[in-house]
Design a protein around this ligand. Structure first.
Ligand code: NAD
Length: 255
């Protein structure tokens, strides 16, 4: 068990699937109760958390909506007396050529990936401040340090998340709250499996295998490759680490 996790409470957005679900299962194993926040059904994640011996609640919420996040926070606060950890993992990654990208496409990605990170953090930071302990973990992406086409909105959202992480870390350090980001490489998840492959690849599997060849560790990344990072960054052991973006991508991006 990671130091400082026992009986903590985490809100994890995007926890119904993929990386967020793996985070929920791991933090539950570490001794953390979990609020599973997602638009998609979170019942499977709730079962995983309960199987690990912790409490869970699923709250359906569009994290890009200020009203929906306020309602979600009310439900979570009614179930748990405190929230110590926020993991902003909900995200979308629709590929679109810049020539065809509309302002609506841009707003949708920025709203889902970046506005949500602000809204959900804002909802739970005041409670962390009162208790002088908190952890915020945001999701960046290796695409921010890579050559990728058709992701101007997505890469911009992840750059915004890295900037927000750095700035918020400075604002909250005095209250015992750290703010960090994790940057995964291309990871096999329900979201990426449902995507169309990039130009030049017949299938997503071809794209996964090709990206793996660009990594020092040449196998396809899985959600479980990321759980150690979230466990560490939300523990007492990481109390002196803040404002950082940790690349967890098999050694692909070096920054
Ligand atoms: N999989 C990758 O290759 C990869 C790489 C780098 C970064 N990431 C980031 O990791 C995070 C998780 O990715 P994943 O691969 O697990 O994706 P996924 O699509 O498998 O899961 C994302 C979850 O977010 C939820 N979600 C989407 N929009 C939402 C909204 N408006 N409100 C609430 N929930 C919403 C979805 O319902 C889904 O359950 C994202 O932020 C993504 O950008 C993923």
């Amino acid at each position: 068990m990671a130091k400082g996790h026992k009986d903590k409470v985490a809100v994890i957005t995007g926890a119904a699937n993929g990386i967020g679900q793996a985070f929920a299962e791991r933090l539950a194993e570490d001794g953390v109760d979990i609020a599973v926040v997602d638009l998609a059904d979170g019942a499977a994640t709730v079962k995983l958390v309960e199987a690990a011996g912790r409490q869970a609640i699923y709250v359906k919420c569009d994290v890009s909506s200020e009203e929906a996040v306020a309602a979600m926070a009310k439900t979570v606060n009614a179930k748990f007396s405190h929230v110590d950890i926020v993991v902003n993992c909900a995200g979308i990654f629709p590929q679109k050529d810049f020539a065809e990208m509309t302002f609506a496409d841009w707003r949708k990605v920025l709203g889902t990936n970046l506005d949500s990170t602000f809204l959900v953090s804002s909802a739970f930071v005041p409670g962390m401040r009162k208790r002088k302990w908190g952890r915020v973990v945001n999701m960046a992406s290796s695409t921010f340090g890579s050559v990728v086409m058709g992701f101007a909105h997505y890469v911009a959202s992840k750059g915004g998340i890295i900037g927000f992480t750095r700035a918020l870390a400075s604002d909250l350090a005095g209250d015992g709250i750290t703010v960090n980001a994790i940057a995964p490489g291309l990871t096999r998840s329900p979201g990426t499996l449902a995507r169309s492959p990039r130009a030049g690849f017949a299938t997503m599997e071809d794209e996964f295998l090709s990206v793996a060849q660009m990594q020092a560790i040449k196998r396809v990344e899985a959600p479980d490759d990321l759980v150690g990072a979230v466990s560490f960054l939300t523990s007492d052991d990481a109390a002196f680490i803040t404002g950082q973006t940790l690349n967890v991508d098999g050694g692909r991006v070096r920054t």
